[in-house]
Unconditional design. Structure first.
Length: 300
């Protein structure tokens, strides 16, 4: 009925949790690993997942490879990150509702919650994050971006299920900071790519093809936020999240999360854009991609 695709690299802390829950409602589980040196592959295979191996470039290209190469036979496909898991009520909802959806329904949006330092971050605009995560096989594609890539429908429309769907990374703050530092580089590349048209993209996010929330956030980010002074956007965004969207109600974990993810990370993206743009200023357009690749270490 439903195939799940999980991308992994050194995810031994999460993969058993994700796959054990997935077995309750999925008929196929595919783990696409990019060279883990921990116990990820053994744990995935022990859980009954089919493990495929492929070198990593970025999330979008890795997931697109999985869509093209995983031997999926199920009618429906689900994208699941290794540090995410489906709660029992959503698993039951998927089993009960998915087979009976009418033919014009080709996608299912899920309401993702974020667990940080053991606390559900309910405020600051972080719940629910409505994302297209389930679709009929062959009716959805992934955006070709270096960061913040979304699935979108190429036909049909989506409905939303209400069960629990959680993002709960069990690693420490050092891991969080390192991960977001890498994310900031990739997002800076995306911004510069759109600014200078360096690489081809297929960004087609819309309310019809994904969720209204995701499409609206993308519109605000690219049409308004990215045109603000790099110091003003992060400050305004943090204050809006923490006070107007009641992020302060999330307690000490909320303060740490909203500051790091809502201010520090956004400021870091802006700073990296400034640094990279300065480095590219006197380089010809045809050489910008090679130089950007050298500076970031990304395989552009």
């Amino acid at each position: 009925m439903l195939a799940i695709i999980i991308l992994t690299h050194n995810e031994e802390r999460h993969i058993a949790r994700a796959t054990e829950m997935a077995k309750k409602f999925a008929s196929e589980i595919f783990v696409v690993d990019s060279g883990s040196v921990d116990n990820t592959v053994n744990l995935a295979e022990a859980a009954g997942a089919t493990v495929l191996h492929h070198p990593f470039v970025n999330q979008a290209k890795q997931f697109q490879w999985a869509l093209l190469n995983a031997p999926i036979t199920a009618d429906w496909v689900m994208r699941l990150d290794a540090d995410e898991y489906v709660e029992p009520d959503l698993a039951a909802e998927i089993v009960a509702k998915l087979p009976s959806l009418s033919s014009e329904i080709c996608g299912v949006n899920l309401k993702r919650k974020h667990i940080f330092m053991g606390r559900w971050i309910r405020n600051g605009g972080r719940y629910p994050l409505v994302l297209l995560r389930i679709w009929r096989r062959g009716t959805a594609e992934i955006e070709d971006r270096w960061m913040d890539e979304h699935m979108y429908l190429t036909s049909g429309r989506a409905v939303t299920f209400g069960g629990g769907f959680a993002d709960c990374n069990l690693n420490d703050l050092s891991y969080f900071v390192d991960k977001h530092n890498k994310y900031a580089t990739r997002e800076a590349v995306d911004v510069l790519n759109r600014r200078y048209h360096l690489l081809p993209t297929n960004e087609t996010l819309s309310a019809e093809g994904s969720s209204r929330q995701a499409a609206f956030k993308r519109f605000v980010k690219e049409r308004i936020y990215n045109h603000l002074p790099f110091w003003l956007g992060p400050l305004g965004y943090f204050l809006y999240r923490y006070f107007f969207q009641l992020g302060f109600l999330d307690g000490r974990p909320g303060l740490i999360y909203h500051f790091l993810q809502g201010f520090w990370y956004r400021f870091l993206v802006g700073a990296k854009i400034c640094e990279l743009e300065t480095a590219l200023a006197n380089i010809s357009d045809r050489d910008k991609i090679a130089e950007l690749s050298r500076l970031t270490g990304l395989k552009l």
